[in-house]
Design a protein around this ligand. Sequence first.
Ligand code: FMN
Length: 189
Amino acid sequence: MKTVQEAIQWRRSIRKFKPDPISDEHLALIIEAARLAPSGTNRQPWRFQVIRDQALQKRLAEEATLNQRHVAEAPVCIVCGSEMLTFVKGHPLAPSGGDYFAAESEDPEALKPFIADAQMYTAVAIEHMALMAASLGIGSCWVQRIRFGAMAKLLGWPRHRVIHALLLLGYPEGDLPPQRRLAKEQILL
Ligand SMILES: Cc1cc2nc3c(=O)[nH]c(=O)nc-3n(C[C@H](O)[C@H](O)[C@H](O)COP(=O)(O)O)c2cc1C
């Protein structure tokens, strides 16, 4: 198993996967990494749907991700979203003490201002999964170029749950792609 530093250095977006499956044990470790992520007010809005069904993935690719082939071909596709009811004051799904930063009602319009926060919290959990996968030698790829309405409809997600991204998982096929990054001097202000 790679250290955090090794996993960060090894990780890149993998778009070509070997057909080898991801074991249930490794998938459980990856989901556990998401579960342990931090979030504002400990709100934990993240919700995940694990798909291991290439016929469904093909439909998602064609109908809701602008035909990104790797969505259809990945051994595992995790739909990553947020339960927006966690942002409703006093709601059973909301954390205790989280009322000062929450919506007055479940009305989708009242919840809209909190989608950016939900997205940030869930993004942290998604990257936890990507790094846990990397530590196990499993490649991943975020996919956010999504037709969100089409995907929610296809998967039957209700309006109070918003989809943010997919995380594809699988063992990399071929050489790892290069990493192009800004220099330290360009990012330190
Ligand atoms: C929020 C987010 C959205 C992304 N959306 C897509 C996507 O829709 N399709 C895709 O193939 N890659 C997507 N990527 C992967 C990026 O293209 C990739 O991270 C970037 O080019 C840097 O390359 P690396 O991950 O290999 O280091 C996304 C990455 C992030 C973090």
